[in-house]
Design a protein around this ligand. Structure first.
Ligand code: B12
Ligand code: SF4
Length: 247
């Protein structure tokens, strides 16, 4: 079985995002790492539209299950990719911040999307890939007689989720783009480090009105394990610039 996870490019109609193509898609890499840890026998691939042209990604779509991430500014590209995957016979799943809040609308209006996963995707995606009925998987939105039904999300213990294995992506592509954007900087590229979930500011104050984050509780990785992970990445990829994934 093959599972393909795709982060679409930002739609060109939105303003240029300075750091795009320089930070790895940690969400999809975390999903891939978790799937591989629990089901090592399946093939898992990760594609990022910020570093690989969409036409190239479309040609590679041949998974049994294709998962597409959606944010505010990638949603229309995400829909198109999901439609292509469905035409090629895949089971299609959408996830990410934007899909999480729009899940019912997506399932009502987009017949080519089979399921939406709301919030953290690791546990729910694993269960769907295992073939467990969506009716009993927390965080899954599915259809019953064409009507979308939303299962409540499940609490994810951040320390139980393995550190993302960046070998699921081609780091050299990110470093190349970084180098081209910042030719005068001393370092070659950035490494995205998944160190915290949630936001303390929001927990204390209810946070910023415009916030698009979904987690309710702040959780951190064990500091010693985080440091060991970072040190390993540093020797592997030779960069000492970290983009901490929290705010
Ligand atoms: C890193 C980051 C960036 C990087 C992106 C690097 C990259 N290649 O991914 C950069 C700096 C480029 C960036 C740019 C922007 N960002 Co930003 N960014 C973040 C940040 C800090 C971390 C994202 C992350 O990696 N989280 C860790 C991973 C593990 O979580 P995750 O991505 O949510 O993935 C999990 C689930 O969502 C789900 N999931 C995700 N995708 C999928 C797909 C499938 C199939 C499934 C099943 C599940 C699933 O499972 C994952 C694992 O649990 C978040 C804030 C936050 N902490 O989440 C803001 C955030 C995602 N960004 C946001 C925004 C608004 C932007 C910009 C529009 C800013 C701008 N005006 O330019 C652009 C748009 C970029 C884009 N592609 O959408 C908003 C998104 C709001 C929304 N509803 O979409 C956030 C939530 C910030 C906020 N506080 O509101 N960003
Ligand atoms: S994550 Fe960022 S935008 Fe959201 S509440 Fe915290 S500081 Fe504000």
């Amino acid at each position: 079985m093959k599972v393909q996870l795709i982060q679409p490019a930002v739609n060109k109609k939105y303003s240029r995002i300075l750091s795009s193509g320089t930070i790895q898609p940690i969400g999809l890499i975390s999903l891939a790492t978790f799937l591989h840890k629990n089901l090592p026998e399946i093939d898992v691939e990760v594609f990022d539209g910020e570093v690989t042209p969409e036409e190239e990604i479309e040609k590679c779509i041949d998974g049994d299950i294709v998962g597409v991430g959606s944010t505010l500014v990638t949603h229309d590209n995400a829909l198109r990719i999901a439609e292509i995957a469905k035409e090629k016979g895949a089971t299609t799943i959408m996830g990410g911040k934007n899909a999480s809040v729009l899940a019912e609308n997506i399932l009502r209006n987009r017949p080519y999307i089979d399921y939406v996963i709301s919030g953290d995707g690791e546990l729910a995606l694993l269960d769907l890939v295992k073939g467990i009925s969506p009716l009993s998987i927390p965080g899954v939105i599915y259809r019953t007689n064409s009507i979308p039904v939303r299962n409540d999300e499940q609490f994810v213990d951040f320390r139980e989720i393995p550190f993302p294995n960046l070998d699921f992506t081609d780091m050299s592509k990110y470093f190349k783009i970084y180098r081209a954007k910042h030719p005068h900087r001393a370092h070659d590229g950035m490494i995205g480090i998944y160190s915290q979930k949630g936001c303390e500011w929001r927990e204390k104050t209810r946070g910023c009105d415009f916030c698009g984050r979904l987690e309710y509780k702040t959780q951190q990785k064990d500091q010693k394990e985080l440091w060991e992970y970072y040190s390993a990445l540093r020797s592997l990829y030779g960069s000492d610039i970290i983009f901490f994934i929290w705010f």
